[in-house]
Design a protein around this ligand. Sequence first.
Ligand SMILES: [Zn+2]
Length: 134
Amino acid sequence: MQSTIPSAGDPIEARCTKCRKNTNHIIVAMAKEVPVKVECNTCSGQHKYRPPTAPRKPAVRRTVDPKIAERKEREELMPTMGGKQKTDYTMTTAFKVGSLMNHPVFGVGIVRSLGGPRKIKVLFEDGLKTMRCK
Ligand SMILES: [Zn+2]
């Protein structure tokens, strides 16, 4: 029959300050039902028993679909574009940041920023797209 109470000589997981992590230990000394002294299997160091620390939870990264943020940005910008003229998109047209573009496929987009030499970033209903321009 196996006892659930550990005894000296039993393996136990504990926190080792030398190894700076939870390692397997052997119980060296018990005080009643609680291990007091353990020996680290990794560094062979003997120390007071410290319960293993719970593994740190990885920071919960909310996966935000960039398109959702881009659509929101577009929705917020759109009302400020009211009176602006929409320029039909061609690769040889020069667009200014903050102007409206009329694209045959993507529809109306807001020229949000420059995307590099001869490139602009445009917020369409379908998200941010990099377009060639003059
Ligand atoms: Zn250790």
